[in-house]
Write a protein that binds this ligand. Structure first.
Ligand SMILES: NC(=O)c1ccc[n+]([C@@H]2O[C@H](COP(=O)([O-])OP(=O)(O)OC[C@H]3O[C@@H](n4cnc5c(N)ncnc54)[C@H](O)[C@@H]3O)[C@@H](O)[C@H]2O)c1
Ligand SMILES: [Zn+2]
Ligand SMILES: [Zn+2]
Length: 368
């Protein structure tokens, strides 16, 4: 079938929205009619050419939500009409990692996905006979996509799909970092560094875990205000004095949890140093630049702190994304407040511009 899609043709050049060919789903695959897709930093990062693992030509986008339109042979857990969120982080339930129960990093289709192919090593996307690759296994800047069954989370049909799309990446990453990876405890003091989609998700996650004090740190007053609306009890402008300030407000000990969502390694270090001697947990979600390292004085870990990180917030996509969406439907997460702009696919470049200028939290492309 022919679909409209935003193609990354050349690194550093604007995406080209055009007609491309999408083939039928094969065994274990699902055709999804996309309704909405969030615009995320990772899309812009790859489009810019800075991402060393980027490839082209490909259809970008990975924060999708839509409705199942057809299923390939052997697909048993999804049926036509099901509402789904796309998962760049799949959950097969059967690989050595999934079976361990210890991690959300499923290794079933990793190599092919990282290279832009579906699990059988081919693509369903093409243009005039030329192969187009699948970005992050998703390619959701498009009217439809074909994805592996194990990379789709079936969600409640009651959730508006624009809101549901935010659970495909940034929002779940922040929620999960607080709830599933760091496991913020009731009554604790939490510091969240960086208040983009990920950090705001972390603020909400800390609130849902019944943290007592949630200190939100960012450079933007506007984002601090948003954090307050979503549950932050304290809002501070970031800077070199933050660690001292956390210590001085916690009897010199530090916060129980620090959740980092900036991608800045100096802030990651602050997150470690702001956590409590004895049991503090510092969890990184930000993606640092190539070659950058996180400096930690060993004394910080010897004296009982835990330093960890999470991909997709440690969220097991097929199991836990539907649960998080249910919490949204129950009124626990004000997802709609995060959608700052709604644009047609043709305006995807404007979505990048808005993100570049930190205008709003999330632009969602309306695809149907
Ligand atoms: N681990 C994952 O699976 C995953 C998934 C999605 C995004 N990410 C990463 O998470 C990070 C955050 O993503 P986002 O979409 O929320 O980004 P964003 O750019 O919207 O937010 C980052 C925030 O950090 C703030 N900031 C910058 N310097 C700061 C400082 N010194 N102190 C305090 N705050 C500071 C900025 O003002 C901004 O509000 C990025 O690095 C992104 O690549 C990781
Ligand atoms: Zn993303
Ligand atoms: Zn797996």
């Amino acid at each position: 079938m022919k679909i409209r899609a935003a193609v990354l043709e050349e690194f550093g050049q604007p995406l080209a929205v055009q007609d491309v060919e999408l083939a039928e789903p094969r065994s274990g695959e699902v055709l999804v009619r996309l309704h909405a897709c969030g615009v995320c930093h990772t899309d812009m990062f790859t489009a810019s050419g800075i991402d060393p693992s980027g490839y082209k030509p490909c259809v970008l986008g990975h924060e999708g939500a839509g409705v199942v339109e057809a299923v390939g042979d052997g697909v048993t857990s999804l049926a036509v009409g099901d509402h789904v969120v796309t998962l760049f982080s799949p959950e097969c339930g059967d690989c050595v990692h999934c079976r361990s129960g210890k991690t959300n990093i499923c290794v079933a289709i990793r190599e092919q996905q990282n290279a832009g192919y579906l699990p059988d090593g081919t693509t369903r996307l093409s243009r005039d006979g030329e192969v187009l690759r699948h970005f992050m296994g998703c390619s959701t800047f498009a009217e439809a996509t074909v994805m592996p069954e194990i990379a789709l989370a079936k969600i409640s049909p009651e959730a508006p799909l624009a809101s549901a799309s935010l659970f495909a990446c940034g929002l779940s990453t922040g929620l999960g970092a607080a709830m599933y990876r760091a496991r913020v405890e009731e009554g604790s003091t939490v510091v969240v560094f960086g208040l983009g989609m990920v950090g705001l998700g972390a603020v909400v996650g800390a609130r849902l875990q019944n943290a007592d004090r949630i200190i939100a740190v960012d450079l933007s007053e506007e984002r601090l205000e948003l954090a307050r609306q979503h549950g932050a009890t304290d809002t501070w402008i970031g800077g070199p004095d933050i660690v001292d300030r956390v210590l001085s407000e916690t009897d010199g000990f530090g916060a129980d949890f620090a959740l980092e969502a900036t991608g800045n390694v100096a802030v990651m270090r602050q997150a470690v140093e702001a956590t409590r001697v004895g049991w503090g947990v510092a969890c990184m979600t930000g993606v640092a630049g190539k070659g950058e390292t996180l400096d930690i004085v060993p004394r910080y870990v010897i004296t009982g702190r835990t330093v960890m990180g999470a991909s997709f917030g440690g969220v097991k996509g097929r199991t836990q994304v539907p649960q998080l969406v249910d919490r949204y439907l129950a009124g626990d997460i004000d997802v709609d407040a995060f959608i700052s702009h709604r644009l047609p696919l043709e305006d995807v470049i404007r979505g990048f511009d808005l993100m570049h200028h930190q205008d709003g939290i999330r632009t969602v492309l309306q695809l149907a």
